[in-house]
Design a protein around this ligand. Structure first.
Ligand SMILES: [Zn+2]
Length: 348
């Protein structure tokens, strides 16, 4: 599509890219679609590579290495991989393997900001940003990128809480999109009692998925979140600012609220004096988390192995739409009950 131009998404014949030193040529197998793609389509976001008038989408990817230079990273032709999304700039964090903690905002992101994505038969990636995928996870590994976002949020929450003795028991997840459901899974693996809140009915696939994992699903249209009691850990993934503000009041003493949404301007009036007092008197923390570096993709692989054993079929059930590249427009028009749409390059 042409970034900034709503509705300019189209199928084109692009030249096959050539890998230069340090790069690999990837043959795409599957591409997952997420809210960021839809925002780029609406013209709200996205930046083409320098010198290109279009941006190729696709940052959630599973691919096979088609061609790799001799390298010490152990990347070989035929490897099944997930490429990470963000590429570093020269800042301290980026140069320390933490491009997700970039200080300047000058990073690039495949399929989003300044680099073509992977939603084409062939694409390029720096060979140092590939995550090897074991064959037994090949059918679910396209979920690894959204899982890495959940991994980072959960890891950072627990890391921050090393500031004290902390034994969380109750967690709340706001939002049951792919990242929300993956967060419920990660928190169940850590032994927490998890409640997930969204606005779909109790018999929806999202609600049933939460219950299948052993969580409690609440439809916010039936029950206000203020009636749910208090929580040690809250993961806010809806991007609804008023809900994020409300969630802070649901924290137990010493609790932590992790914000993972993208929030719109909202000039709500609220009693911020009471809100800050609550934070101080309860030693509470609210923090933000975005993107994920390679470390979180690797922990995602480990957790996927455990999830496949403990909750067989759950990751697979999240794929609600699978189309070939020629039917791409269906993938970019999800319904409210879709969880994850995938463009499968093995289909026409
Ligand atoms: Zn940086």
């Amino acid at each position: 599509m042409t970034p900034g131009k709503a509705g300019s998404v189209r199928l084109i014949d692009a030249p096959q890219p050539n890998a230069s030193a340090g790069q690999v040529l990837l043959r795409t197998s599957k591409i997952g679609i997420c809210g960021t793609d839809l925002e780029i389509i609406q013209g709200e976001y996205g930046e083409a590579p320098l010198g290109s008038e279009y941006l190729i989408f696709g940052h959630e990817c599973l691919a096979t290495v088609e061609d790799a230079p001799n390298n010490s990273a152990g990347v070989r032709k035929g490897d099944l991989v997930v490429p990470t999304v963000r590429r570093p700039d020269s800042c301290l964090n980026c140069q320390s393997g933490e491009s997700d903690m970039c200080l300047t905002g000058q990073y690039k992101e495949h399929g989003i900001k300044g680099l073509h994505g992977f939603c084409s038969e062939y694409s390029l990636s720096d060979l140092n940003y590939l995550v090897p995928v074991p064959a037994e996870l090949s059918d679910v590994a396209v979920l690894l990128e959204p899982a890495s976002v959940a991994e980072k949020g959960v890891f950072q929450s627990f890391k921050i809480q090393e500031r004290m003795m902390w034994k969380p028991t109750k967690a709340l997840v706001l939002g049951t999109g792919p990242v929300g459901l993956l967060t419920v899974l990660l928190l169940k693996l850590r032994g927490l009692d998890v409640t997930a809140v969204a606005t779909r009915p109790k018999d929806s696939l999202k609600a049933r998925t939460v219950e299948k994992i052993g969580g409690t699903y609440v439809n916010a249209n039936d029950q206000p979140i203020t009636s749910l009691g208090k929580f040690d850990l809250i993961m806010e993934e809806t991007g609804v600012a008023s809900l994020a503000a409300e969630a802070q009041g649901l924290l137990n003493n010493n609790g932590v609220l992790c914000l993972l949404g993208i929030y719109r301007p909202n000039l709500a009036t609220q009693d911020i004096g009471h809100s800050y007092d609550d934070i101080v008197l309860g030693n509470k923390i609210t923090f933000g988390s975005v993107n994920a570096n390679k470390r979180y993709f690797l922990s995602g692989i480990q957790d996927f192995r455990i999830i496949q054993q403990k909750f067989p079929g759950v990751l697979n059930s999240m794929f609600t739409r699978r189309v070939g590249p020629s039917d791409y427009s269906q993938a970019y028009n999800p319904t409210k009950d879709d969880i994850k749409s995938v463009i499968d390059f093995d289909l026409p």
